[in-house]
Design a protein around this ligand. Structure first.
Ligand code: FBP
Length: 252
C-alpha cells in the first residue's frame, strides 16, 4: 500500500498542479516573454495556491531548489516533441527515478497514450518506474491520454473512463485526464478510477476566465481532486490572481 504518498501533493484532499512541460511537448510556442522564463513559473507555483509544480528534469535541475521552494516538485519522466505528433504516439522516459529523488521530487508523472499502437511499450516502462518510485516513497501520476487511430474521441465518457481505470490497474496514485464536459459523465470517469485520484487537464486557455471557475466547480462535483493545469494559468494576464480564484473554490 502506498497510502500517504499522494497526500504530499494534496491540500484538504484537493490539489492544483502547475504544469510546465510545454517547452518539451510543444516547443516554446506557448510562451511569451514572461512565461518563457522558468523563474517566473516557480514564483507562480510558490504563491501558495498550488500543491505541486510539474517540470521535466532539466528545468527541475536548473531552477528548482528543494531547500528553498515550498511547492512540491513533480518530475515528468517522459515526453516527446511536437515533431513526433504522428497518428500513433510514443513517449519514452528521459529521467531515472533516482534522479527524480535527487532533484527533490515528491511525485513523478508519466504519459501513457492509451490506444496508441505503442501503448504496451509505455505500459511496460510505466510499470518499472511505478515500482521503483513507490519503493522510494514517491507518488505516481499517470497522464492518461487516449490517442491514436483507434480513438474516435478523446473526451468520450467511456474512452476517458477506460484511461482512468487503466491508471488504477497500473497502481497510479493519481491520473490526469481530460474533462468530458459534463458532470454526470465525468462522475463515471472518477468512479472507474476507484481509489486512484483524478486530476483534470487544463487544456488550451479559455477565452473567458470565468469558464475555469465554473469547470472547477463541475469537476469537484464529479469527484475529481482538482487540476493539473498550465496554459490557463501562465497564459493569463495575472496568473496568481487566477490561481487564487481557483484555489478559493478548490480548497474550501
Ligand atoms: P495544459 O493545462 O496547458 O493543457 O497542460 C497540461 C498538459 O498535459 C501538459 O502537461 C502537456 O505539456 C500538455 O498538456 C500536452 O498537451 P497535448 O498532448 O494535448 O499537446
Amino acid at each position: 500500500m502506498n497510502k500517504n504518498n499522494i497526500d504530499k501533493i494534496l491540500r484538504n484532499g484537493k490539489g492544483m498542479l502547475l504544469a510546465y512541460d510545454h517547452g518539451f511537448e510543444h516547443g516554446p510556442t506557448d510562451f511569451d516573454e514572461k512565461s518563457v522564463n522558468p523563474e517566473w513559473i516557480i514564483k507562480i507555483a510558490d504563491s501558495g495556491h498550488f500543491t505541486g509544480v510539474v517540470f521535466q528534469k532539466g528545468i527541475a535541475s536548473k531552477y528548482y531548489d528543494k531547500n528553498k521552494h515550498k511547492v512540491p516538485l513533480i518530475v515528468k519522466m517522459n515526453g516527446r516533441t511536437a515533431y513526433q505528433k504522428g497518428e500513433e504516439p510514443l513517449s519514452l522516459s528521459n529521467c531515472s527515478v533516482e534522479e527524480a529523488v535527487e532533484l527533490g521530487a515528491s511525485a513523478i508523472g508519466y504519459t501513457i497514450y492509451v490506444g496508441s499502437e505503442h501503448e504496451q511499450t509505455m505500459i511496460d516502462e510505466f510499470a518499472q518506474i511505478e515500482k521503483e518510485a513507490h519503493d522510494k516513497g514517491l507518488a505516481v501520476i499517470g497522464w492518461m491520454y487516449p490517442r491514436g487511430k483507434k480513438i474516435k474521441s478523446d473526451t468520450d465518457k467511456d474512452t476517458l473512463a477506460y484511461a482512468a481505470r487503466l491508471g488504477l490497474e497500473l497502481n497510479a496514485d493519481a491520473v490526469k485526464v481530460k474533462y468530458s464536459g459534463d458532470i454526470e459523465s465525468f462522475k463515471w470517469v472518477v468512479k472507474a478510477a476507484g481509489k486512484t485520484k483524478v486530476f483534470v487537464v487544463g487544456g488550451e486557455k479559455d477565452a473567458d476566465e470565468d469558464d475555469i471557475i465554473r469547470e472547477t466547480k463541475e469537476i469537484l462535483q464529479a469527484g475529481a481532486v482538482g487540476w493539473a493545469i498550465g496554459r490557463n494559468i501562465w497564459q493569463s494576464k495575472d496568473p496568481i490572481a487566477v490561481a487564487e480564484k481557483i484555489a478559493k473554490v478548490l480548497y474550501n
